[in-house]
Design a protein around this ligand. Structure first.
Ligand SMILES: C[S@@+](CC[C@H](N)C(=O)[O-])C[C@H]1O[C@@H](n2cnc3c(N)ncnc32)[C@H](O)[C@@H]1O
Length: 281
């Protein structure tokens, strides 16, 4: 049977692959060690507070969902990958946050129309392959006048460039899939959401990442822990030449982004787009 994103069977297989990819490695440590403040920044930008019904789409381990719950909101953290939700549940307990965790595809959210006062996503919905379907769902589940707040890596920023550097080594994307960093381009997001939103704000910001002693240490960390990087290396496992070239490309990327301000430490600024809007009435 066909749906907006291809056949149901093909879409199920695609999403099963994505679920396995994000469960691999150790994404919880990447979120906790490299970008722990981004969820709180998104929650602050969204202005959510006590009693607001909030959905965090592609929530992972709750980088945004947990601070939203700690701010008093009534939160659902939804994600494709149950392994990440399980870690999030444990982290929330440790931090005294109460919220619901639900497995869900951002392109087919299992929630009623207008069910939430605010719909957030922190470097999350950008990884759903069919942008128009996902954007439609963000709007559908947000009440008229409610807030949509998204934090996404930009195409020109470090993570956008890293995904671009891995692309030539990856199998071709499935038909209809769009590149994640397009969500970091405000024109793309406005075109996706169209006249269904008002009061748009879009601001480019950076997060400083200074955890790695060398560019190679950065590369090896991602090679071991970040699902999309692990998958690309696996696709080239039988080709030592391509693996060595990918090794070089990723380390060189980090080298080029090193501000060079601290001896013995790679200091990088990773650019993201903070986008907020109101659902049109
Ligand atoms: C880079 S992680 C971000 C997680 C979290 N929001 C954070 O800030 O750490 C991307 C997340 O998108 C989720 N994801 C990917 N495709 C998805 C889809 N189609 N529907 C829902 N979640 C998806 C992954 O499981 C993963 O948790």
């Amino acid at each position: 049977m066909a749906n907006a994103t291809g056949t149901d069977e093909a879409d199920r297989a695609l999403k099963a692959g994505h679920r396995a990819l994000w469960a691999e490695g150790d994404y919880p440590s990447v979120a906790a060690e490299l970008i722990p403040d981004l969820g709180r920044i998104l929650v602050e930008a969204s202005g959510v507070g006590p009693g607001d019904r909030v959905l965090d789409v592609a929530a992972g381990t709750g980088n945004a969902a947990i601070p939203a719950a700690l701010a008093g909101a009534d939160v659902v953290a939804a994600d494709l990958t149950p392994e990440l939700l399980a870690t999030g549940r444990r982290l929330a307990e440790e931090r005294g946050a109460e919220l619901r965790w639900q497995e869900a595809d951002a392109e087919a959210l299992p929630f009623d129309d207008a069910a939430f006062d605010a719909v957030l996503s922190c470097v999350g919905v950008m990884f759903a392959p069919h942008h128009r379907a996902a954007a439609g769902e963000l709007v559908r589940v947000c009440r008229p006048g409610g807030t949509i707040a998204l934090l996404s890596w930009t195409p020109e920023g470090f993570v956008g460039r890293m995904l671009g550097a891995m692309k030539p080594y990856a199998p071709p994307p499935p038909p209809g899939a769009q590149p994640p960093p397009l969500w970091g381009d405000p024109e793309h997001v406005e075109a996706l959401l169209g006249d269904r939103i008002t009061d748009v704000t879009a601001e480019r910001r950076t997060v400083v990442v200074d955890r790695f002693a060398t560019p190679e240490a950065f590369r090896d960390y991602f090679k071991q822990r970040y699902g999309p990087t692990i998958a690309v290396y696996r696709a080239n496992a039988d080709d030592p030449g391509r693996t060595a070239a990918l090794d070089r490309d990723l380390a060189d990327l980090a080298r080029r982004h090193d501000r060079g301000t601290r001896a013995g430490t790679v200091v990088m600024e990773w650019e993201y787009l903070l986008f907020t809007a109101r659902r049109a009435a």
